[in-house]
Design a protein around this ligand. Structure first.
Ligand code: A3P
Length: 913
């Protein structure tokens, strides 16, 4: 190893220095360990060896206990030392200037008009690049507000703006005014005409110009002047505008605004009305001739459309200034004639993870309990029906010092003032335990609640560290139901912790899982002056930042806090009283609280599309893996799927694949004709534990290939999305035969299962049934014909999976040349060893198909249901179906070419007619 001098070390890059220091430390440690080893080596030989073995053992145990006690004590002392309880914890310092007595002026608007009936709920976002900070910010806001959007580059042609004469977009957002002004004539005229004809408004962001000397410019074609590169201060909204719905005008945001490249607007036309004003702030580097401009400057401007027939709103800066975010929400609502409006009600719930779990020195004392009760009373005046929601694990009750134990008793004295929810007895992480253990633990806690008369009737629970909620640990759901009759819970982990604005809910086994928001308080945030990033960081989050925005975007907000946040500096009280005050100063949001069960019902009434979960692979996300049972393994998920469609030879392929020693198929399901059929239908709601039970534990997870075949997957609308959610890397195999043949095979299949409709009608009658036909006949027609519109289904698969993950087999080849097909399948899967299937299968003249070779003169063929004997389709029905499928087959051929798949022979032949 190179020797470095001390000066060398100072000059070294920090990374290398670090590495060096670590290696030096390691060496030092190693040396010390060696020394210690020597001492211990000698010591027993001199001092202990003469003593009897049992005494030596006792002494060692004693020594071990002493060391542990010392460690615990020093940890406690450290905590106690760091806890500097304040006589006066920080108080929220937010007050509204505007007394809101002029209620009529600030009443939130509702823009719902007759026009809104025809307005689309989608927004078109035209950007210079989807990667600019502003473009990303716009998208984040739309996603957080659950507004559908389409993003397009301004440089390209506009997307189709109408569909069957209906407008496709409710509002157009242009990331840059300049791109709009400089749009080529054709696109500009098209866009303007569309906006005029369909009363679609525009939002335009104006960027400052970098060129030296240009500080003022006229917008070509508009009576509007832009003044660039302004530093602004003291922001306020136009009290008399009729734009305001969520945003409440009347306050002044004092001080200098972020960034010094604001654009302000000057105009002389009645079409314009200011939405926001500010004053010029002195620029950061003053030159000698600087004169203070005391005029009011307009920073957000509304164009009522009397000049060119198009309603617009111009933002003189991006969205970095927090107030522009609620303003943008109101603008979207206004321009969409009320269609893109978030509700004004905000339901909130503040959970205390566990009111008894906390290290001595950080727990609540009686005065903290008093403060909590008083804060709750104050909050009740601002949030209708507010109560803190306290979680408890009885084992930790009275586990603090004497004052803190008094605090625990005080909480129980006041118990009827709060809502309560039960945890496990010792706050265990559910994913580590069986249902039996979980139920016993919950029952102990249940008994604790009974003994102390704790009111537990909210049917709500949360799990420590989200463990067991998502990824789902079935025993937790079952135990919750059995012991507490839980109906609602919440988590930050679905679908993932980040990005926070994409958190969503789902329902599993009758338990509503609601998304939970983060308020910035955790078990370690106890003191304001030690808040990570400093007090300013928390205050920024409250005053327009992250925490404020959770109120803004989410109609339902559940927050998690911890015992320590109510003791010490009582940061939870500081945070929530501040943010609620801030929300009331700056918005018209009406804050409320309802019991958790009602909250859950409300949530899924608002967002019914979220009821179904979308299962993901827990192994693809570290956080999920950490709270997933170690007994479970992602090795029990398939590496490829045979997706169908039905009657194309899927059973033959399944059988041939299973002959390969490195390929392991699913266990048969007794319910669904051996197939698992997980991703379609109700099995999906049984969860991934249920699914994984269908697969063996592969002896060699890297080289073995688990797979399953469910021919119903191919044409089911939900399957591609669900399969991608759980096994995004999986390969897919489908088989295509002529769709008419497939339809006929299906008809014969269900006839042989004595389906009365198939028995009563000829195939021709089935496929030509019209709208007036009996429902059962129409259903059968659909089941015969629709899976054969291959292009529609394949496109859906490729919406989720890349084309290279899908292999398409020509079903006719599978019948006639299965050895060659199996060769290609193995190559596609990259499977080892590569098998020569001519040694495994051969043609069986009696069956008329290829079968498995059992011995020299014995084959094992598929059962009677596969490769049935039935008359050929007659000419009339063949011609009819050829015509029926023609356009779909043409589209299929184009689709296959575009995605570089081989065109099956039957399709080539079909299209040559
Ligand atoms: P028919 O019974 O109409 O002839 P699936 O397994 O997807 O339900 O498909 C059944 C079809 O597979 C049969 O339809 C048959 O034509 C076809 N097939 C392909 N190879 C086969 C094989 N080796 N043995 C039996 N049937 C096979």
């Amino acid at each position: 190893m190179k020797n470095y001098s001390n000066t060398d070390k100072v000059l070294l890059k920090p990374v290398i220095r670090n590495r060096l220091e670590t290696s030096e430390t390691k060496m030092l440690c190693r040396r010390n360990v060696e020394r210690l080893k020597m001492i211990f080596h000698r010591w027993p030989s001199y001092s202990l060896r003469p003593w009897p073995r049992s005494i030596r053992k006792l002494l060692s145990i004693g020594l071990f206990v002493v060391v542990i006690v010392v460690i615990i004590l020093s940890y406690q002392l450290k905590i106690m030392g760091s806890s500097h309880r304040k006589v006066n914890p920080p108080q929220p310092a937010i007050s509204c200037r505007f007394d809101h007595s002029h209620k009529s002026l600030v009443k939130p608007k509702n823009y719902n008009s007759r026009d809104s009936k025809h307005v689309s709920k989608r927004v078109l976002v035209l950007v210079e690049s989807p990667y600019t900070a502003l473009a990303k910010h716009i998208i984040t806001i739309l996603e957080a507000a659950r507004i559908e959007y389409k993003i397009e580059n301004t440089g390209r042609n506009l997307p189709t703006l109408t569909h069957f004469d209906k407008s496709k977009f409710g509002v157009i957002i242009l990331e840059n005014l300049e791109a709009y002004v400089n749009m080529d004539n054709w696109n500009r005229q098209l866009l303007d005409k569309y906006c005029r004809d369909y009363k679609v408004g525009m939002v335009l962001f104006v960027h400052s110009v970098d060129e030296y000397g240009i500080d003022r410019e006229k917008v070509p074609g508009f009576p509007l002047i832009l003044r660039y590169n302004m530093a602004l201060k003291d922001y306020t909204l136009n009290l008399f505008s009729d734009m305001w719905r969520i945003t409440r005008p009347g306050e002044i945001w004092e001080g200098t605004l972020p960034q010094d490249d604001w654009t302000v607007f000057e105009f002389n036309h009645s079409t314009y009305e200011p939405l926001a004003y500010a004053k010029a702030a002195p620029p950061p580097f003053l030159d000698a001739g600087y004169e203070v401009d005391n005029r009011t400057l307009v920073s957000v401007l509304q164009d009522r459309g009397t000049f060119d027939g198009i309603q617009k709103v111009f933002f003189g800066n991006g969205l970095k200034f927090w107030l522009h975010i609620p303003v943008l929400l109101d603008v979207l609502s206004y321009l969409s004639h009320g269609k893109l409006s978030l509700p004004l009600e905000r339901y909130i719930q503040i959970d205390v993870d566990d009111i008894f779990v906390g290290i001595t020195g950080t727990r609540m004392t009686p005065v903290d309990v008093e403060a909590m009760v008083q804060a709750q009373e104050r909050l009740q005046r601002q949030v209708q029906g507010f109560k803190f929601n306290l979680g408890f694990s009885g084992w930790f009750y009275e586990h603090g010092n004497s004052l803190e134990n008094e605090g625990d008793r005080k909480i129980l004295e006041q118990r009827h003032k709060f809502w309560w929810f039960g945890h496990m007895w010792r706050h265990e992480q559910a994913h580590k335990f069986t249902q039996d253990h979980l139920e016993r633990s919950m029952l102990l806690n249940y008994q604790f609640a009974k003994d102390h008369d704790i009111p537990i009737y909210q049917q709500y629970a949360v799990a420590p560290h989200h463990s067991g909620v998502y990824p789902v640990h079935e025993p937790l759901y079952q135990s919750w139901k059995n012991v507490w009759d839980i109906r609602v819970t919440s988590t930050e982990e679905y679908p993932r912790l980040y990005p926070a604005w994409r958190r969503r809910g789902f329902i599993h086994k009758g338990i509503m899982v609601l998304p939970r928001q983060t308020c910035g308080l955790f078990t370690h945030t106890l003191f304001l002056d030690k808040y990570p990033g400093g007090r300013q960081h928390l205050d920024d989050s409250i005053q327009g930042g992250e925490l404020f925005q959770t109120f803004l975007f989410n109609p339902i907000n559940i927050y998690m806090t911890h015992l320590g946040n109510y003791a010490n500096d009582r940061l939870a009280l500081y945070t929530f009283e501040s943010v609620i005050k801030f929300v009331q100063c700056w918005t018209n949001l009406q804050l409320k609280q309802v019991p958790p069960l009602e909250l859950g019902i409300k949530y899924f009434e608002m967002f019914p599309e979220e009821r179904d979960p979308l299962w993901q692979n827990p192994c693809l996300y570290k956080r999920h893996l950490a709270i997933w049972s170690t007994n479970k393994s992602c090795d029990r998920l398939p590496k490829f799927l045979v997706i169908g469609p039905q009657k194309t030879g899927t059973t033959a392929l399944y059988t041939f694949l299973s002959l390969h020693p490195a390929i392991l198929s699913n266990y048969n399901s007794p319910d669904t004709f051996e197939e698992v059929q997980f991703f379609n239908g109700n099995n999906y709601y049984k969860g991934i534990d249920w699914y994984m039970e269908f697969f063996p534990i592969p002896p060699n997870a890297t080289s073995d290939f688990l797979f399953e075949k469910s021919a119903t997957y191919f044409d089911n609308e939900l399957v591609p999305m669900r399969a991608h959610g759980l096994i995004p890397k999986a390969k897919l195999i489908c088989i295509l035969i002529h769709p008419a043949k497939r339809a006929y095979s299906w008809y014969q299949h269900i006839r042989s299962h004595n389906d009365p409709t198939a028995l009563n009608y000829t195939f021709l009658e089935v496929v030509t049934a019209d709208d007036s036909a009996p429902r059962k006949l129409k259903d059968l027609k659909n089941r015969c014909l629709l899976p054969g519109i291959y292009v529609q289904h394949l496109s859906r698969w490729l919406d989720y999976f890349p084309a290279r993950q899908l292999f398409i087999i020509d079903g006719e080849w599978l019948k006639s040349h299965p050895v060659a097909v199996m060769h290609n399948v193995q190559r596609f899967l990259h499977i080892e060893p590569h098998y020569n299937y001519s040694q495994l299968i051969r043609f069986d003249p009696k069956k008329g198909f290829y079968c498995q070779i059992l011995s020299e003169d014995k084959n094992k063929c598929l059962g009677r249901g596969k490769g049935r004997l039935y008359p050929n389709m007659n000419k009339e029905v063949t011609d009819y179906l050829r015509q029926y499928y023609r356009k779909h087959n043409v589209a299929l051929s184009k689709f296959l070419k575009k995605n570089q798949y081989r065109i099956p022979d039957w399709l080539e032949e079909e299209l040559s007619h």
